[in-house]
Design a protein around this ligand. Structure first.
Ligand code: 1WB
Ligand code: MN
Length: 349
């Protein structure tokens, strides 16, 4: 019997050997970046078989077409929307980053072409060189037929509200393609209290970093300049849905006091107009219910966060969600098809 809902998972990480090798070099460098903790654990473990190495994230990232596809079959996952895993190319020098983004996009397009019903992909770009990034973004959509973009939060401690990144935002808006802002570890000035207790990454630091990134974009007034830009956030919106009331209230007070720039819309209006969120790594029905009621069922997409989260419980979480079938179809596939321009199942043979 055919499954009731097509299942498209939207924050699914992969890598290629060339990027993995360059990240191993980052792990061995004197970099002070907080990302080094995790990069070392995955790409250059000093405790083989323990910690991150025991979870074999690297194996899961590099093997897309065999083990992953077999697991997708086993758990009834129709499609992964793949993206180059954090921190992407954003820790490399501008030339290396530009070249590796293009290489990763070529490989990703090959995978999608080999399995058009099983994989779609978000293209990487190198914000270190915004004009070249904009060219690669055009190539990725127009020639490689990829489905949107992935960005891993800050680049050299800078955020997308910096006007130097306008070419990137202009390109995404003109192409009508969504930018998924995925976490990476906090920028230099933000890392102090995140350095111990394992707070650097997915437990807490990722959400602080990425939520702050999105809030900077909203308060800066950037969406008045790019009103049609769509941003996707993972992890149930990196806590922003829960903050919206207070963000609105305090931002209007800060605007009146001259501390925040004047904007055409409120924070809540920007969030509803310019953002969608995914459920990656938050398998909590209460949080899902809140997100749907706050943002609307059209703005929440299902994700697993493979290989960092196991597939089976993420499928079970959404299968058992207490929502009607119409809503479940939106969460499982219809919203992903709209936002990432994935052909409906009946249109692909
Ligand atoms: C983890 C999660 C590690 C993510 C990652 O390394 C990424 C983790 C790049 O759970 O430890 C993620 O994408 O959520
Ligand atoms: Mn992820």
């Amino acid at each position: 019997m055919a499954a009731k809902f097509r299942k498209i998972a939207t924050e699914e990480a992969f890598s290629i050997p060339e990027v993995a090798e360059s990240l191993r070099d980052v792990a061995r460098s004197p970099s002070q970046s907080l990302d080094r903790v995790l990069v070392k654990g995955i790409y250059d473990s000093d405790t083989p078989g323990k910690g991150y190495d025991a979870l074999n994230f690297l194996g899961g990232l590099l093997d897309v077409e065999e083990r992953r596809l077999a697991q997708m079959d086993e758990f009834g996952v129709d499609m992964h929307l793949l993206s180059l895993t954090a921190p992407g190319v954003q820790m490399f020098d501008a030339d290396t980053a530009t070249d590796l983004a293009a290489l990763a996009n070529d490989r990703l397009a090959d995978i999608c072409a080999r399995h058009p019903t099983r994989f779609a992909g978000l293209a990487s770009f190198a914000p270190q060189s915004p004009k070249r990034a904009a060219k690669e973004m055009e190539r990725a959509i127009n020639e490689l037929k990829l489905n949107g973009f992935i960005l891993n939060s800050h680049t050299n401690d800078e955020y997308l509200d910096d006007p130097k990144y306008w070419p990137v935002l202009e390109a995404a808006e003109a192409l009508g393609a969504c930018i998924y802002i995925h976490p990476r570890a906090a920028s230099y000035g933000f890392k102090g209290p995140l350095q111990d207790y394992g707070l650097d990454s997915a437990m807490w630091g990722y959400g602080m970093e990425t939520g702050t990134h999105a809030v900077r974009m909203m308060v800066s007034g950037l969406f008045d300049r790019f009103p049609k830009l769509t941003i996707c956030l993972g992890h149930m919106g990196e806590a922003i849905p829960f903050w919206l009331w207070r963000l609105n209230f305090m931002n209007s007070r800060a605007q009146a006091g001259g501390r925040s720039p004047k904007t055409e819309l409120s924070m809540e209006e920007y969030f509803l107009r310019n953002f969608v969120i995914t459920t990656s790594g938050v398998e909590d029905h209460l949080a899902l219910d809140y997100a749907i009621r706050k943002l609307g069922a059209d703005n929440v997409l299902w994700a697993i966060d493979y290989p960092y989260q196991p597939m089976a419980p993420a499928v079970e979480f959404m299968e058992s969600a207490p929502v009607d079938d119409e809503t479940k179809a939106k969460l499982f596939h219809r919203n992903a098809e709209r936002v990432f321009r994935i052909a409906p199942a009946e249109a692909v043979q």
